[in-house]
Design a protein around this ligand. Structure first.
Ligand code: ATP
Ligand code: MG
Length: 441
């Protein structure tokens, strides 16, 4: 009885909740921390749902890579429930809640109050809070506007997202022209999501992106870089690139896109294609992927070109390499929104390449202990497979074996060469002796 009265009092869209079980979604598919967070907010008297990509992925039979929570609690109210939460973001403040290495984003429902826009229609600030159904309309695509309540086991689907997921269609909420001008990054999201999910794009979306993609040139590099990272790691980076080409997205919106989409020659193109295909393969098999490795590989030929241009006969090769790395950071494109820590890793992967040739004595042990050894080794193997200059398949084999070997085997592998060194010394001494004998005559 009481339940019926409450249901009557609730806004209409609440009634539209469908049974999550009917769509193969249930709370056991969520990590404990996500369920606990929703429960804690609901126990404190707020609405709380799992929202966005996680619900979409669960409904598509994919494993979500992160879980976002949406609530009617304002950020400071969320903070009162979770003292560990941190409020971040200027455009729209959200609460970040760490759980070990995972970060949960808790977003307050956005309202549909007209947000301040610039002359091109881009939203500059978006701070009005709203209801769940208003929040749904502020999202980008219908498949991303689903709200899952894991306690009640209900999914709220005001905008027909479930049907669009089943029909494998990427459908924009509202008019594409308007929504892309409000936030041009949505164009890249369309290219990525359609590739990742295998969804078709409406003609209206395609046409609108072809007209408006130039707006991406004004986006902050750090935001573009975040989107690039997502494209590289989504499991279908090659598909994302093809979509971007099909949609006519200008190559010069970011140097990383430029390096992926334009190629000096066939070797470079083949190299980039191999890197992307291998990455997609790893993501599909749930193997870890290093973004530092990827960028080191994508910019490798450009680095070598700069190195060649800078090289003079007086320079030591390491000096030239350092100068080329500095140049690629300063105006070669790797400063565009690339965090310093990540760049430091990329630099190390490049610098370690020459170290692989040293397989004698203690040096292999030192290299193996290097924090970026694995990424640098993977890169060396990739270079070998592509017959890159200054690589040797025998050396790559040595390192593959050396990693798998036990202590005794490792000692042997390095000792064999040490013995050779001894032989060499002996041989040199013999030559010296013979020479001495000859000159004594
Ligand atoms: P994934 O996490 O798989 O990359 P996602 O859709 O979850 O994809 P997030 O960046 O995690 O992407 O965003 C979470 C949700 O926030 C989205 O599903 C969407 O509802 C909303 N969202 C994200 N970016 C935008 C945007 N630029 N405009 C409108 N809504 C957005
Ligand atoms: Mg997400």
């Amino acid at each position: 009885m009481i339940k019926k009265i409450i249901q009557k009092l609730l806004p209409k869209s609440h009634k539209k909740g469908v049974n999550a079980f009917d769509f193969g979604v249930h709370q056991k598919l969520l990590p404990k921390y996500a369920l606990k967070t929703v429960k804690a907010l609901q126990d404190a008297g707020f609405e709380a749902y799992i929202v966005g990509g996680a619900v979409r992925d669960l409904l598509s039979g994919l494993t979500p890579k992160d879980f976002d929570v949406a609530t009617n609690a304002a950020p400071d109210e969320v903070r009162r429930v979770f003292r560990r939460g941190r409020i971040v973001g200027k455009r729209f403040p959200i609460v970040i809640l760490p759980f070990g290495s995972e970060l949960l984003e808790i977003t307050t429902f956005r309202g549909n109050v007209t947000a301040p826009q610039n002359e091109q229609g881009r939203i500059m600030r978006d701070t009005a809070f709203g209801t769940r159904s208003e929040d749904a309309r502020r999202r980008d695509f219908t498949c991303n506007a689903l709200y899952y309540d894991p306690v009640a086991e209900k999914i709220y689907d005001d905008l027909n997202g479930i049907a669009d997921i089943h029909a494998r269609r990427l459908v924009m909420i509202g008019k594409p022209d308007e929504r892309f001008r409000e936030d041009p990054v949505r164009m890249l999201r369309a290219a990525r999501l359609s590739a990742k999910l295998g969804f078709g794009m409406d003609n209206e979306i395609v046409e609108s992106i072809r007209t408006n993609s130039f707006l991406l040139k004004n986006e902050p590099p750090a935001r573009l870089f975040d989107e690039i990272t997502k494209e590289l790691l989504c499991g279908n980076s090659s598909g994302c690139l093809n979509n971007m080409k099909m949609l006519g997205i200008p190559v010069d919106i970011h140097p990383i896109f430029a390096i992926m989409m334009t190629h000096e020659d066939d070797t470079t193109r083949h190299f980039v294609e191999t890197v992307l295909a291998k990455t997609d393969e790893r993501v599909k098999h749930k193997k870890p992927v290093s973004i530092a490795f990827l960028l080191a590989a994508l910019f490798w030929h450009k680095l070598r070109q700069i190195e060649q241009d800078l090289h003079t006969l007086d320079d030591k090769p390491t000096q030239t390499l350092h100068a080329a790395i500095r140049q690629i950071r300063e105006d070669g494109g790797l400063h565009w929104g690339v965090p310093n820590r990540l760049f430091a890793m990329i630099r190390e992967i490049w610098q370690l390449q020459v170290q692989f040739a040293f397989i004698r004595g203690k040096r292999p042990y030192r290299l193996l202990k290097h924090p970026n050894f694995r990424a640098a080794y993977d890169f060396y193997v990739l270079r070998c497979a592509n017959n890159d200059a200054d690589t040797d398949p025998a050396i790559a084999q040595f390192w593959t074996k050396f990693q798998a070997a036990n202590e005794e085997q490792r000692l042997q592998m390095t000792q064999v060469i040490a013995e050779n060194k001894g032989n060499k010394k002996r041989r040199r001494r013999k030559i010296k002796r013979d020479y001495q004998a000859e000159s004594d005559l």
